[in-house]
Ligand binder design. Structure first.
Ligand code: ATP
Ligand code: MG
Length: 768
């Protein structure tokens, strides 16, 4: 491998190489703009650590998403071989901390099978904590802050959930709130923590905080980690929260550390991240070495200049980085005004057809991405792409929050030891065939009995359906209930008999009733009458989940011998590990890369596009109030200076994902027929870098600056980007769009807001 190592170093520039090879004993900080090879240099750094003799299993590499982790593993594997790359702990903060908490669960007052509370379970715990608080109040305890009793129940739960998230992100304890005089806050937090403890659960925030507790309160844990993690490297450091930084500092106190980041790309402040981490690092590691990279290798000069001009409008920058590039200037950035969201879709599709040259193997869509501020904007593109049969991958879609996945995982969890009421309730909900009303009645009744007898949901259900308790149920309902019990029982028998994880997951999928198996796009969720996501065809969903099983097995068990063993034999602890794995992915909003087709357009939110790059990028719905997103969903305006700067950084991240061609689209009216303004950020881009398309209107609105006349070259290189290629055999791209316009009218008239319902109806009509 030394030869390959030197080859890799050779591919770096001098500054990058200096960083990668600098003394491993000295803490290293690499700060640089987008596309300057930070991640590439970080890979070089890991290779150097290996060359210096640090065993791969003693290296910890922190990345921000699981996608970035597997990307890094691939890149390292190319140089040192897959087997070595697999031994390196390349992990996100969340999965690293979860591992640590499981290993030392008893020190946290949990068992190692503790449950991970997701959003829904957290909400339930918050509501319960509030109820306990009300009890306290009734019993005479005094509270200072009573105004929120007036706010509605739902809003209150939401508010408290936010409060708890913030408390945990800043690592504050109930005592600290109480000391400050916020008795109500302290008490809700205390109750909430107690509920989680009594349910043997941790929530996502707890992983980080509890890991810090383990490291600071238990010297043996500290020692173990110090011995284990001899070197730590962190990518995307700007998005490290204060608590995560605290953890890093403890871990690295006697070990090697390298951090890599760009404060201008800090976009996760809502997660408690802020770029002040760089200053903390400078302070806490005074002997560190700092290296700046300044050359952008990713994008054309037009894109680099435009993005640089934009970010210069941020006043709260720590230092101004010089960003330059030797790349060709490329073509101008196209700004396009569209009259509606539909015509925005149509324009993107048009350009995609133009850009992708159709070769013998077909078109290549893999180098194109559509980026948007909010998930919802992606919906129309999904529908339009599907209609046009353009392949696409969606990043950051809440795949694991899909009803089907939730149902399968709940069923699976009931077969684990110490399963609490949540999964049992969900599994019953999924498996009972009855209609919504009837199902609710059955479940409510079970809960009532459980409450009265102070027993668990499942023991109440068992008693009811085995007729130990006289109930109000009809015979048919009893039969249904019994069937659910025996179905769930058969699954736990599988687990007892040590069936493999894949057998258990697919059996759970098979157990779901017929209504989950309905055709694509017509899947109506019987539970709430709402339409499920169009692509929740259970067969493909199940296939994705099976991909996750194999993904899991290959990362979870490092030696192939061990893997061979577990593939044929499962056990509760392996299944538990898989359940964790899925919970984590839910937290990280991540879909398996296996699902992704390389020859597909990427549809993603800007947040999820971090660190990635494509030849052609469309930023869509670049309207004021979208980006910058100025209104929170409850209507309050949040236009403080710092948020505006964060929104600008977000736009900066979006722009700098493009290698060769950038399109920025905005609409004049949104789907509610509201008039929309183009994003104010467009005005901050020098006008000579823009090619404003269609409509004097746009020109009137955007450039409020003297127009430059610096010439800019046309498209370059071997791509057809920017060159309109009309194809003879191309059918009109619009028939389906015409349909979807019709559909929109239909929707407006009937006040339905899901266009897939209507496209389904149209589809059915078409058949007739
Ligand atoms: P971001 O801030 O967006 O995460 P980054 O600084 O991590 O970007 P990389 O993703 O490492 O940048 O690199 C951007 C692109 O530039 C990649 O395609 C990479 O292969 C290429 N690149 C990096 N360094 C060099 C180099 N020395 N010579 C040629 N290409 C390079
Ligand atoms: Mg990077």
């Amino acid at each position: 491998a030394p030869k390959k190592y030197y080859e890799y170093l050779h591919s770096l520039n001098d500054r990058q190489r200096e960083a990668a090879c600098s003394d491993v004993a000295v803490p290293l900080m690499i700060v640089a703009g987008p596309g300057s090879g930070k991640t590439s240099t970080m890979v070089g750094r890991v290779l150097t650590l290996l060359k210096e003799g640090i065993p791969p299993s003693n290296i910890l590499a922190m990345t921000f998403t699981t996608a970035a982790a597997s990307e890094m593993r691939d890149r390292i594997g190319k140089v040192v071989g897959k087997a070595v790359a697999k031994e390196i702990a390349i992990s996100t903060f969340h999965s690293f901390c979860l591992q640590l908490c499981r290993t030392h669960a008893e020190k946290l007052g949990r068992t190692s099978e503790f449950i991970i509370y997701g959003h829904g379970q957290q909400r339930r715990a918050v509501i319960e904590a509030e109820r306990l608080l009300e009890n306290d109040k009734r019993s005479g305890a005094e509270y200072t802050n009573d105004e929120d009793i007036k706010t509605s129940f739902k809003d209150k739960a939401k508010k408290w959930q936010k409060f708890i998230a913030q408390a945990k992100a800043s690592g504050r304890t109930p005592e600290e709130y109480e000391k400050k005089g916020d008795l109500t806050g302290g008490s809700v937090l205390r109750h909430y923590n107690e509920i989680l403890r009594s349910c043997n659960a941790l929530d996502y925030h707890d992983f980080i905080n509890s890991s810090i507790t383990l490291l600071t309160k238990f010297p043996e844990v500290y020692k173990e980690c110090q011995d284990m993690w001899q070197a730590i490297v962190v990518d995307e450091f700007q998005d490290t929260s204060a608590m995560q930084y605290c953890l890093l500092k403890i871990l690295a106190s006697h070990n090697h550390i390298t951090i890599v980041g760009d404060e201008d790309q800090s976009i996760f402040s809502f997660n408690g991240a802020d770029a002040s981490g760089f200053d903390s690092f400078r302070r806490d590691f005074p002997n560190h070495k700092e290296i700046r990279l300044s050359k952008n290798y990713r994008s054309t000069r037009a894109i680099v200049e435009a993005a640089t001009a934009l970010i210069h409008n941020n006043t709260k920058r720590h230092h101004h980085k010089l960003v330059e590039t030797d790349n060709p200037s490329g073509c101008k950035i196209t700004v396009k005004e569209c009259h509606s969201e539909d015509s925005q879709c149509a324009f993107v599709i048009d350009k995609i057809i133009e850009t992708t040259s159709s070769s013998a193997e077909g078109r290549n869509f893999g180098n194109i991405a559509v980026l948007y501020r909010r998930q919802i904007t992606g919906k129309a593109f999904q529908v339009a792409f599907r209609n046009r049969k353009i392949p696409f991958n969606i990043h950051g879609v809440a795949f694991y929050r899909k009803k089907v996945i939730k149902a399968i995982m709940a069923i699976v969890r009931t077969s684990l030891p110490d399963c609490d009421d949540g999964p049992w309730r969900q599994a019953f909900k999924a498996l009972l065939p009855s209609d919504k009303e009837e199902k609710k009645k059955i479940i409510d009744h079970i809960e009532k009995i459980a409450l009265a007898r102070k027993c668990s949901f499942i023991s109440a259900a068992t008693d009811i359906f085995s007729a130990k308790v006289s109930g109000t149920f009809k015979r048919a309902q009893i039969t249904q209930g019994r069937k659910v019990l025996s179905t769930l029982d058969s699954l736990s028998k599988f687990v007892e008999r040590e069936q493999s994880v894949s057998v258990i997951i697919s059996s759970a999928g098979d157990m779901l009733p017929q209504r989950y198996l309905l055709e694509k796009r017509a899947v109506v969720d019987v539970d709430n009458g709402k339409l499920l996501n169009e692509d929740s065809d259970i067969r493909s969903v199940l296939q994705f989940l099976m991909d996750d099983v194999s993904d899991f097995l290959s990362t979870h068990f490092s030696s192939s011998m061990e893997r061979g063993k577990t593939e044929e034999k499962g056990c509760a602890s392996t299944l538990q590990a898989f359940v964790d794995y899925i919970s984590l992915r839910e937290a990280e909003n991540f879909r398996s890369r296996k699902e992704e087709n390389k020859n597909s357009i990427t549809l993603t939110t800007i947040h999820q596009s971090k660190g990635l790059e494509w030849d052609v990028v469309f930023i869509v719905q670049a309207n004021d109030s979208e980006i910058p997103l100025l209104h929170e969903y409850n209507g309050t305006v949040k236009q403080s200076g710092s948020t505006l700067e964060e929104e600008r950084r977000l736009f900066y991240v979006a722009m700098t994902r493009a290698r060769k061609k950038l399109y920025i689209l905005h609409v004049t009216v949104d789907s509610n027929r509201q008039l929309m303004q183009p994003s104010r950020f467009l005005r901050e881009i020098p006008v000579h870098l823009l090619e404003v398309q269609e409509g004097e209107e746009t020109i009137r609105k955007i450039p409020e600056q003297p127009s430059g006349d610096v010439p800019i070259d046309g498209p370059e290189g071997n791509t057809s980007i920017g060159k309109p290629i009309m194809e003879q055999n191309e059918t009109s791209p619009y028939p389906e769009l015409a349909q979807s316009c019709l559909a929109n009218d239909f929707l407006r008239r009937f006040d339905i807001d899901d266009r897939s319902v209507v496209s389904h109806i149209f589809h059915q009509w078409g058949k007739k």
